[in-house]
Design a protein around this ligand. Structure first.
Ligand SMILES: NC(=O)c1ccc[n+]([C@@H]2O[C@H](COP(=O)([O-])OP(=O)(O)OC[C@H]3O[C@@H](n4cnc5c(N)ncnc54)[C@H](OP(=O)(O)O)[C@@H]3O)[C@@H](O)[C@H]2O)c1
Length: 229
């Protein structure tokens, strides 16, 4: 059974996803908004957080370092460790590299497509990273979530961007709840990505949002919560 999935994002008033680009508050600050977001993340006490390949590449900047250990690799699931909290990345072709098995203390699990070479799996295993390889080159996200529940006991998962993976997960009907922390800021860039992005056609006709609440939060932020149907 898939974990309960909450998509948690910080957004500008105009829906953009790069806090470093946001206009500043009148007193010249904006770092506080990310701290409010981090507080929400911690308060949710989820078993895992999941991000797209682009977002994880901003957190793990290691470069490729082929394994020195010859021998068979394990497919489809390698469990390097079990943990109280997991950091999950979707990386269908094996572009991400790690120099250790955790991000900020959360054990790393990578979800990969079937075409990923054995050499990459060996590198991940040597770095202490867990992984799940899909049956197909394109990852079936529903099956991947089932595997996270079955093999790692993940029951509650935070989907934390970026827009690309949020769009894929919402389009696949896998997101139960959307929580957006609106910062009192604008971006305004013509071609800057939104917090959800799903190709030219977008998501019209695929999902509906049901409003649950709006809560004023510190530093002029507002938390909007919706059920995703
Ligand atoms: N405001 C916030 O709260 C927040 C939170 C997180 C991130 N961000 C920002 O968001 C930006 C990145 O957003 P992004 O949309 O470019 O990247 P992203 O969502 O982090 O990653 C997109 C990548 O994930 C993989 N992916 C997406 N859908 C997939 C699917 N159905 N199956 C398999 N793989 C899939 C693809 O990797 P491949 O191309 O390798 O196939 C795709 O290119 C970053 O700059 C980050 O700072 C903001």
């Amino acid at each position: 059974m898939k974990p309960h999935v909450t998509c948690l994002m910080i957004s500008s008033v105009d829906g953009r996803l790069h806090p470093s680009r946001y206009t500043k508050s009148p007193d010249g600050t904006r770092e506080e908004w990310s701290a409010v977001y981090e507080g929400l993340h911690d308060a949710m006490s989820a078993d895992a957080w999941l991000v797209g390949r682009v977002t994880m590449a901003e957190m793990s900047k290691a470069s490729a370092h082929p394994s020195v250990v010859a021998g068979p690799v394990t497919r489809p699931v390698h469990i390097a460790a079990t943990a109280d909290s997991y950091a999950v990345a979707v990386d269908r072709s094996g572009k991400l590299h790690f120099d250790k098995g955790d991000i900020g203390g959360d054990h790393v699990i990578v979800l990969l497509g079937s075409n990923v070479p054995d050499a990459h799996l060996a590198e991940l295993a040597e770095d202490g990273v867990s992984y799940v390889v899909a049956d197909t080159a394109q990852i079936d996200l529903a099956a991947a979530l089932d595997a996270l529940a079955a093999h790692f006991g993940i029951r509650r998962l935070l989907l934390e961007g970026g827009g690309g993976i949020n769009g894929s997960m919402i389009a696949a009907g896998l997101v139960d709840e959307l929580q957006v922390l609106i910062a009192p800021a604008l971006d305004g860039g013509d071609s800057v990505q939104g917090i959800v992005s799903h190709g030219a056609d977008g998501l019209a006709g695929t999902v509906k949002l049901a409003f649950r609440g709006a809560k004023p939060m510190p530093h002029g932020t507002v938390l909007l919560t919706y059920d995703v149907r």
